[in-house]
Design a protein around this ligand. Structure first.
Ligand code: ZN
Length: 90
């Protein structure tokens, strides 16, 4: 069965009600820095990828690369994302 394609960037923005400046969640929670995010990252990706807000995390290009190089731990990212959702700056 063909999977329905989700516009996760739009869904992410709709969830938080943001249109322009999107915060890098890692920098916001861990370093208390306001850095622009340009990527929406799937915390669980590959075969485990799910299309849901709990799995979508906004990151800068630099941190996004680190996430894919496993320099940022996905379990840490999961916790950071939950904290971001609970303490949304928007
Ligand atoms: Zn990614």
């Amino acid at each position: 069965m063909k999977k329905k394609k989700v516009n996760y960037k739009k869904e992410y923005c709709d969830y938080f009600g943001v249109h322009s400046f999107i915060f890098d969640e890692y920098e916001f929670i861990v370093n208390h820095r306001k850095v622009r995010a340009t990527k929406i990252h799937h915390i669980l990706f590959g075969a485990n990828k799910i299309e849901h807000i709990t799995n979508w995390m906004a990151l800068s290009l630099e941190n996004h690369d680190k996430a894919h190089d496993e320099k940022l731990n996905r379990y840490d990212l999961e916790k950071i994302h939950l904290e971001f959702m609970e303490n949304s700056p928007y």
